[in-house]
Ligand binder design. Structure first.
Ligand SMILES: Nc1ncnc2c1ncn2[C@@H]1O[C@H](COP(=O)(O)OP(=O)(O)OP(=O)(O)O)[C@@H](O)[C@H]1O
Length: 260
């Protein structure tokens, strides 16, 4: 992607963040899933988070909106330490879309309306229908039980539901994994439109190299709990095999790329 990265204050900062999970049967300090992770997400930037399965990508997203708490270092959102944010306000500011896209009980309309209702706002059926059309879903789905949607339909409804309250930061966890290429591109366009027009900042976990190239300003490669690459998409050598580390030729050391 060729858009310039806007030079504005940080949307998200990780400073030497450590997160441990207990090893099976262990009572000690546990295994470091993230081990001294530092990066900055600039306002209006899309940062692709890549790396092998189990590298800690989902964990990193969950530390941003306090579904998990760091064991060391500091996570800041909007210039404020996450532990100083009330969790509901933090989760409105930094909205997370899960890969599994869990639906609330009720219809698709109920799901889209729920976050707005919590914020004391209303949603008309006409507006909800326009949202569905924007991601190429049939407006007739509004009255359908959300539990009966396909995985790909749920992913799109979950994204719309999160965008409904206009978060400043979007945390995206493999949200197009159940979509065909055309639908994935529609979802990407919707998010990128918010980036361009409203300065939305995005941490986008993806295994898809082509998608990272389409959507991201920079790439952060996580592996073994550490940042192995942080820099421009064009300077990143995608591993030949998903379990490999980043390619050696074109990689710059973490922290030298893109101003973080
Ligand atoms: N609830 C949990 N309890 C214990 N360990 C966990 C839990 N959830 C994740 N882990 C472990 O934490 C590590 C990081 O998991 P995480 O889901 O963040 O990785 P990931 O990079 O998102 O992987 P994937 O690409 O497969 O989604 C893994 O070793 C995983 O087994």
């Amino acid at each position: 992607m060729n858009r310039p990265v806007p030079a504005t204050h940080a949307a998200v900062e990780f400073v030497d963040v450590v997160f441990r999970r207990p090893a099976a049967g262990e009572r000690g300090n546990g295994v470091a899933v993230l081990d001294g992770v530092s990066f900055t997400l600039n306002r209006g930037e899309v940062l692709a988070i890549v790396g092998p399965s189990g590298a800690g990508k989902t964990t990193l997203l969950h530390l941003v909106n306090r579904l998990l708490e760091a064991d060391g270092g500091e996570v800041r959102v909007g210039g404020r330490r996450v532990r100083d944010w009330p969790p509901p306000a933090l989760r409105r500011h930094a909205g997370l879309v899960f890969q599994s896209a869990p639906m609330l009980p009720g219809t698709v309309f109920d799901n889209l309306e729920a976050p707005l209702r919590l914020a004391g706002r209303a949603l008309s059926r006409a507006e909800a229908a326009r949202w569905l059309e924007a991601v190429e879903l049939d407006p007739a789905l509004l009255e359908q039980d959300a539990a009966t949607l396909s995985s790909g339909q749920k992913q799109r409804v979950a994204l719309l539901r999160t965008l409904a309250t206009e978060p400043a930061v979007l945390l995206v966890d493999e949200v197009t994994s159940a979509l065909d290429m055309a639908s994935a591109r529609v979802v990407e366009s919707l998010v990128l439109d918010r980036v361009r027009t409203r300065g939305l900042s995005v941490l986008w976990v993806t295994h898809d190299e082509a998608q990272a190239r389409r959507v991201a300003h920079r790439v952060l490669h996580l592996e073994g709990g550490r940042v192995r690459y942080l820099g421009p998409v064009d300077g990143y050598r995608w591993p030949a095999h998903p379990t490999d580390g980043p390619g050696k030729v074109a990689c710059r050391p973490a922290g030298e790329g893109g101003g973080s």
